[in-house]
Design a protein around this ligand. Structure first.
Ligand SMILES: C[S@@+](CC[C@H](N)C(=O)[O-])C[C@H]1O[C@@H](n2cnc3c(N)ncnc32)[C@H](O)[C@@H]1O
Length: 289
């Protein structure tokens, strides 16, 4: 898989500020760097690239990197070392991933909700898109669901396999945009803990892919942070003595866009619920027509 295709820009949607990350330390220290050439970043975002840039860099240097990425020009070795692809990010921030899960998700309540909502024939396959470490895939397997998990991060999938040896064949390295399953294979798909924000550059294709993988009447459950809630915008206070870091970094697709895109991809929205699961978020449940 080509790492470069999985590069995305972390943007603060409302204030149009590029968020940059200091990946040289263990904990994400996130500062806001206003970048004049926002347009470049926006274009990169639209093309779905993930760029995580060292926030200790001077602003001029950040702009140069963004311009080069936008023009498809190769980065110098020096520039390259300040930019992480998604693969590299998840590889080097595994602990952060686990910590953030505790603070911006709520596994027990999510499982309760999914179990109540996912009424599928026994044994029929369910796909966890962007399953990460299998936070939900694994307990759902144990609850009897016939789960498969895919994720673009090879690091997270390999770790999920090691952590769940009896289910290791259930975790696959694959993107929603390029996966090995046949059409209409699944009875349900879950995309939880803001996976939709990871593919916010291409929501239409994401939902079209999900629809094509689902049987008619299949269920899709996804969550999205409540963009009006402060906790998706402000920095989160890290443990004492450590710097603040972001609760949420990626772009939040507006609800209007999600609804329109779901409908045009062949989904009927069944209900949308608001929850405080770590942070305020909406859970959308829909059915393939
Ligand atoms: C915040 S994590 C959510 C992990 C998991 N769903 C959970 O609830 O614990 C978002 C995940 O989406 C994955 N991801 C991003 N783009 C993806 C894509 N195109 N296809 C599949 N997974 C993707 C990332 O690698 C990351 O593991």
């Amino acid at each position: 898989m080509d790492d470069k295709k999985n590069i995305t820009t972390y943007l603060k949607d409302d204030e149009r500020i590029i968020k940059t990350i200091n990946f040289t330390t263990d904990i994400i220290s996130l500062k806001q760097v206003g970048v004049g050439s926002f347009l470049y970043a926006e274009k990169i975002f639209e093309t779905g690239k993930k760029v995580i840039i060292d926030d200790t860099l001077p602003r001029k240097k950040i702009e140069t990197i963004l311009k080069k990425l936008e023009a498809g020009q190769p980065l110098s070795d020096d520039e390259r070392q300040h930019v992480l692809t998604a693969q590299e990010f998840y590889r080097s921030h595994e602990q952060m991933f686990l910590t953030r899960a505790e603070e911006t998700a709520c596994t027990a309540r999510e499982l309760e909700f999914i179990a109540k909502t996912l009424v599928v024939p026994k044994g029929s396959p369910v796909l966890d898109v962007g399953c990460g470490l299998g936070r939900l895939t694994h307990p759902l397997l144990k609850m009897g669901y016939n789960m498969y998990g895919i994720d673009v991060s090879s690091h997270l999938i390999l770790r999920a396999r090691v952590d769940n040896p009896s289910y290791k064949d259930r975790f696959l390295i694959a993107s929603l945009f390029n996966q090995p399953f046949r059409r209409k294979h699944f009875s349900a798909i879950i995309m939880m803990w803001h996976v939709i924000c990871e593919v916010s550059h291409n929501v239409d294709t994401a939902f079209a892919e999900a629809a094509s993988l689902l049987k008619s009447g299949g269920i899709l459950i996804l969550d999205v942070p409540d963009a009006s809630s402060d906790d998706t915008k402000i920095k989160y206070q890290g443990p004492p003595g450590q710097e603040n870091y972001a609760v949420f970094l990626a772009k939040i697709p507006p609800m209007t866009l999600l609804k329109r895109s779901l409908e045009s991809s062949g989904f009927k929205i069944i209900h949308i619920e608001h929850f405080l699961w770590g942070i305020h978020k909406f859970v959308i449940v829909c059915k393939k027509k």
